[in-house]
Design a protein around this ligand. Structure first.
Ligand code: ZN
Length: 623
C-alpha cells in the first residue's frame, strides 16, 4: 500500500475520535439522535483542527445505511462498515460532493451546483455538499446559493468549512448552524502524538513530542506534518526511527528557548555585550534573523502571559492553561517573566514585533535583529512621552488665574520646598525623569503632599495628569509672557519698581556671564500694577529666551523674593512696541493645524522640548 501521511492515516472516522472539539461533536451527536438535521452548517476555526474531518463524519452519519440503535450501530456514530460509510471514507461517494471553494468560487460553478442540487440523491438519504474554504466564494455566487438555502429540498445538506466565517454573508450565516472550532490544546495534541508514535513504532522522548506539539500551535494537522518530516529524517535504531529534540529543532530551523532565557537575563543585567554575543552565536550557526525574531516574539509573548497569569516558577497557577506549552517551557517563561515588570515585557514584545516586521523588507537583516535586541537593553530606561508630559505642572488658563500663591512643595528628594531652594532644573532626559518617577512612586505614602494649585489643576485637566502620583512641580520656564505666581514669602512691604529694577540689575551684573541680561533689564521698564510686576523689555521675542535665560530668570526671581516682592506676579514682555502678550502665529481655526496647535498635549510638548510645530499631517482617511 502506498505511503499515507500521518494526518490522513490517523484522520478520525468517528466523532469520539476527534480531539479537542467536544462542544461540536456532542451537539452533532445529539442532533443525529433526535433526527434534527439542519440544511446548512458552517464549521469555522483555525486550519488543521478538524473542520473538514467533522464534516465528513457528519456526512457518513447522515448517510449511513445502518439504522441508529441497531446492533451494528448502537449510537449515532457512523457504523463504518456499510457501503455508504466505506465510500465516504474512500472519498468516492456519489452523494457526498466535496468542493474546494478556493478554485470553484464563481457564479457559474455555484449555479451548476444549485441546479444539480435539485435532483434527488442517487442512492443515499441525503445529497451532501461539503464546501471547503467557503469564505472564498464570491458574493454573487453566494446569492445564487441563497435561494436554495431559503427553501431547501429535504434531501440537501450544505456544510461549509472556513477559516474566516465573517467573510460569509450574513444572509447565508443566518440560515446555517454555525459551529466555532477551538484550537486544539497542547496536552491533547501531545497525547495524540504519543499514541501515534506508539502505533507507528517510533521511539520518541517527551521533549521531542512536546516540541512537535508546540510547533503545531493548536493545529493537529500541522503537528502531524512536522512529525512526518521528523520521522522521515530520523536515524534508525534496530529498525525503529528515533526522534531527538535537537534534530527536530534543526529540521524546523528553530533554536532552543533556553537561548532566549539567556538573552533576557542579559537584558535584565543591562549587559549589551552578552546579548550581542548570543545573537552572533545563533546567526553564525546559520539561523536566519527572521526565524530568531519570530521565535523570540513567541517567547516574549509567553513571558508576558506568564506574568499576567501570575504563573509561578514551578509553572503553577490557576491560569496555567493560558500557556499552551510543556511544563518545562512554562517554568522557563515564568522564570524570565520574574525579571521584568508587565509594562517592560509589553514594551519588549512591541519592540520585537516591530523588529520582526522590519526584517521582512530590510536588506541588512542581521543588523536589524541586533538593533532590535539592543533596544531591549535600553528600553528599560526609556519612558513614553505621555508619561513625561504628565509630570509637567498643569498650566491651563484657569488654573493660572485661580492658583494660590503657595507653590506645592516639590516631592522630589532634590528640593523639598520651592521656597527655600531654587527649583530643580528642568530636564527632558528620560533617565532623569525615570529616576525621579521611581522616587515619587516609592513615596506614595504621602499623597497629601500634592496640594493647592496642582490638586486643583488635576481636577480641571484630568487628561494631562493621570493621577496625583505623577504630578510634581517643575521650574517655571524662563520666559513666560503671562503672569505667574513667583513664590511665597511673607509680605514685608514691597520696594518701588525702580528700586526693584536696580536690585535686579545689580544682582545680574555681579553674576557670572549675565552682563547682557543685566543690560536688558537695565533698559527695561518696570511697573507694578495690582499685584503684578510688569517688565517691559526692548528685546525681541525670539531673543528674549536667549538673553533672559533660565539662570537669569532664577536670579531675577530670587532677587525679587529676597526683597519682599515674592508675592508679585511676574510678567516679562518682549519688544517695546508690543503692548499685549505676543500670540503664536495662528493657523486658521478649524484647520487640522489649528486644532493640533490648540491641543494642550501639543502645547506642553512644545514647551518641554522648546519646539516649534512646522507641519501637521492629516492622516485621517479622506472620504
Ligand atoms: Zn455506515
Amino acid at each position: 500500500m502506498a505511503y499515507q501521511v500521518l494526518a490522513r492515516k490517523y484522520r478520525p472516522q468517528r466523532f469520539s475520535d476527534v480531539v479537542g472539539q467536544d462542544h461540536v461533536t456532542r451537539t452533532l451527536l445529539n442532533a443525529l439522535a433526535q433526527n434534527r438535521i439542519a440544511h446548512g452548517y458552517i464549521f469555522s476555526g483555525h486550519r488543521g483542527i478538524g473542520k473538514t474531518t467533522i464534516a465528513r463524519i457528519l456526512a457518513s452519519a447522515l448517510n449511513c445505511r445502518t439504522t441508529i440503535g441497531s446492533e451494528a450501530r448502537p449510537t449515532p456514530e457512523p457504523c463504518g462498515i456499510c457501503d455508504s460509510c466505506k465510500e465516504i471514507r474512500e472519498g468516492n461517494a456519489v452523494d457526498v460532493i466535496e468542493i474546494d471553494a478556493a478554485t470553484n468560487r464563481g457564479i457559474d460553478e455555484i449555479r451548476e451546483l444549485r441546479d444539480a442540487a435539485r435532483y434527488r440523491p442517487a442512492r443515499d438519504k441525503f445529497k451532501i455538499y461539503i464546501l471547503d474554504e467557503a469564505h472564498q466564494i464570491t458574493d454573487a455566487a453566494f446569492n445564487a446559493l441563497l435561494k436554495t438555502l431559503e427553501e431547501p429540498p429535504d434531501h440537501i445538506v450544505f456544510m461549509m468549512a472556513t477559516t474566516q466565517p465573517e467573510d460569509i454573508p450574513q444572509t447565508i450565516r443566518s440560515r446555517c448552524q454555525h459551529f466555532s472550532f477551538h484550537a486544539v490544546k497542547f496536552e491533547d495534541i501531545l497525547t495524540q502524538l504519543r499514541k501515534i508514535a506508539g502505533d507507528e513504532g517510533v521511539t520518541a522522548g517527551e521533549d521531542s513530542l512536546s516540541l512537535l506539539a508546540e510547533a503545531g500551535d493548536g493545529s493537529m494537522r500541522d503537528a502531524l506534518s512536522i512529525m512526518d518530516q521528523a520521522i522521515a529524517s530520523a536515524p534508525l535504531e534496530k529498525g525503529r526511527a528515533v526522534l531527538d529534540a535537537a534534530q527536530i529543532r534543526e529540521l524546523m530551523g528553530t533554536v532552543p528557548n533556553a537561548v532566549f532565557e539567556e538573552v533576557l537575563e542579559a537584558v535584565a543585567q543591562n549587559n549589551s555585550a552578552a546579548v550581542i554575543t548570543t545573537a552572533n552565536r545563533l546567526l553564525d550557526a546559520g539561523n536566519s534573523p527572521a526565524q530568531i525574531a519570530r521565535q523570540f516574539v513567541r517567547y516574549l509573548r509567553n513571558c508576558l502571559i506568564a506574568k499576567i497569569g501570575n504563573i509561578s516558577a514551578e509553572g503553577e497557577s490557576p491560569n496555567a492553561e493560558l500557556l499552551q506549552v510543556s511544563t518545562d517551557e512554562r517554568k522557563r517563561s515564568a522564570r524570565s517573566a520574574m525579571l521584568f515588570s508587565e509594562e517592560e515585557l509589553t514594551r519588549f514584545l512591541n519592540t520585537m514585533l516591530r523588529t520582526f516586521d522590519d526584517l521582512g523588507f530590510r536588506q541588512e537583516q542581521r543588523f536589524h535583529l541586533e538593533l532590535g535586541l539592543l533596544k531591549l537593553v535600553h528600553l528599560q530606561r526609556l519612558l513614553p512621552v505621555e508619561e513625561l508630559l504628565s509630570q509637567l505642572p498643569i498650566r491651563s488658563a484657569e488654573s493660572r488665574g485661580s492658583a494660590p500663591s503657595t507653590t506645592a512643595p516639590s516631592r522630589s528628594s532634590s528640593s523639598t520646598s520651592a521656597v527655600s531652594t531654587p527649583p530643580a532644573p528642568r530636564t527632558a532626559s528620560p533617565f532623569e525623569a525615570d529616576r525621579s518617577r521611581k522616587t515619587v512612586m516609592a513615596d506614595t505614602s504621602q499623597p497629601e503632599m500634592v496640594t493647592g494649585a496642582l490638586a486643583l489643576a488635576t481636577e480641571k485637566d484630568e487628561k494631562l495628569a493621570e493621577g496625583p502620583r505623577l504630578v510634581k512641580p517643575i521650574a517655571e520656564p524662563a520666559i513666560e509672557p503671562i503672569a505667574t505666581p513667583i513664590a511665597s514669602a511673607p509680605v514685608t512691604g514691597i520696594p518701588t519698581a525702580e528700586a526693584l529694577q536696580q536690585l535686579v540689575v545689580d544682582a545680574l551684573s555681579s553674576a557670572k556671564g549675565q552682563q547682557s541680561s543685566a543690560d536688558a533689564i537695565s533698559d527695561a521698564a518696570f511697573t507694578i500694577e495690582g499685584g503684578t510686576l510688569r517688565i517691559q523689555t526692548t528685546v525681541s521675542k525670539t531673543m528674549l529666551t536667549v538673553v533672559l535665560n533660565s539662570d537669569a530668570d532664577k536670579i531675577l526671581r530670587n532677587t525679587l523674593r529676597a526683597n519682599g516682592a515674592g508675592e508679585l506676579k511676574l510678567q516679562v514682555e518682549p519688544g517695546a512696541a508690543s503692548t499685549s502678550a505676543p500670540k503664536p502665529k495662528k493657523a486658521p481655526t478649524g484647520s487640522v493645524q489649528g486644532k493640533a496647535l490648540e491641543h494642550p498635549m501639543v502645547q506642553q510638548a512644545q514647551k518641554l522640548f522648546n519646539a516649534e510645530v512646522r507641519n501637521v499631517v492629516d492622516l485621517r482617511e479622506k472620504e
